[in-house]
Design a protein around this ligand. Structure first.
Ligand code: SF4
Ligand code: SF4
Length: 281
């Protein structure tokens, strides 16, 4: 039987949402798109990587099956019945351009994308979960479940029950940079979203062998270290506590005062770096 929700059809769904200027916009008063055309990847629910993530991040971390069963507690689905569908929404050229000129505080466009653009991402999560469920493929968006929350990982500090970036890594979309961002074919100035669905979709091949393969750090790149105004990135990696402290204490109050929105905006390490908008080679 023809599966009405193959990967091309799902991509079409995403593109049609993003093509609507009433939806994909930087805010009620800003009639310009929040996101460019998306990338999409799929992994299977029983991919061993998900058990590995849980093992390294903490027992609170959801596997795809746990996320799915949180939304559908009576489901008899097995991990092998599930697919994790992940998308990356690239920041627009205008947003990246503005942000590149900033050195201490985030640009207005970046902050609008963090707030209103993330609301667009939530609409995509909800829409896709509803559309798949309506077509007979029960689906949840883990980040939209009421049980989704912040946690503390013994090993990594600030964490949550589901990581869109880890799901993106598992789904062939890219590898991690020194700053913890995921470097995709459209760079790391992107935001991710995902749904877990009981649907038979093939996994996207992962064209990499290590979790940091696309990062140029081994060749001496230190661009994100130099970009971070908080000193939260070093040769050892990303200091999440320091990053969050800077966002909470400095950029959030600034954005609230300037634009009047509560946006956890910074992302300076995502622009004016070789991995900003492409996979660096
Ligand atoms: S700026 Fe350089 S070191 Fe930092 S994540 Fe990108 S490629 Fe890696
Ligand atoms: S988000 Fe901002 S504070 Fe955090 S690592 Fe990137 S540049 Fe530094």
């Amino acid at each position: 039987m023809h599966n009405p929700f193959g990967i091309p059809e799902i991509l079409e769904e995403l593109q049609s949402i993003l093509a609507d200027p009433e939806v994909n916009r930087l805010g009620p008063e800003v009639a310009e798109p929040a996101w460019e055309s998306p990338l999409i990847g799929v992994s299977r629910g029983d991919d061993p990587l998900y058990a590995e993530f849980r093992e390294t991040i903490g027992s609170f971390y959801w596997t795809p099956l746990e996320a799915f069963r949180t939304g559908f507690p009576d489901s008899g689905a097995a991990a092998s019945d599930l697919a994790v569908i992940v998308w990356a929404l690239p920041q627009t050229a205008a947003t990246r351009h503005d942000h590149r000129t900033c050195t201490v505080l985030p640009s207005r466009r970046w902050s609008l994308a963090r707030h209103y653009g993330e609301a667009v991402n939530d609409r995509i999560r909800d829409h896709l979960a509803r559309a798949l469920s309506g077509a007979g493929y029960p689906a949840v968006a883990p980040a939209r479940l009421p049980e989704f929350q912040r946690e503390t990982s013994e090993r990594f500090g600030i964490a949550s029950r589901w990581s869109e970036r880890h799901a993106a890594y598992a789904s062939g979309l890219g590898t991690f940079g020194l700053c913890d961002g995921l470097i995709t074919e459209r760079g790391k100035a992107v935001r991710f979203g995902s749904v877990v669905a009981a649907i038979d979709l093939p996994a996207t091949p992962r064209p990499y062998r290590s979790r940091t393969e696309y990062c140029l750090r081994p060749s001496g790149c230190d661009a994100c270290i130099r970009r971070c105004p908080a000193g939260a990135i070093s040769a050892e990696g990303h200091d999440k506590e320091r990053c969050f402290a800077y966002i909470r204490g400095t950029t959030m109050p600034f954005v609230e005062g300037e634009i009047g929105i509560p946006a956890a905006s910074c992302g300076l390490c995502q622009t004016r770096v070789p991995c900003e908008s492409r996979r660096p080679r």
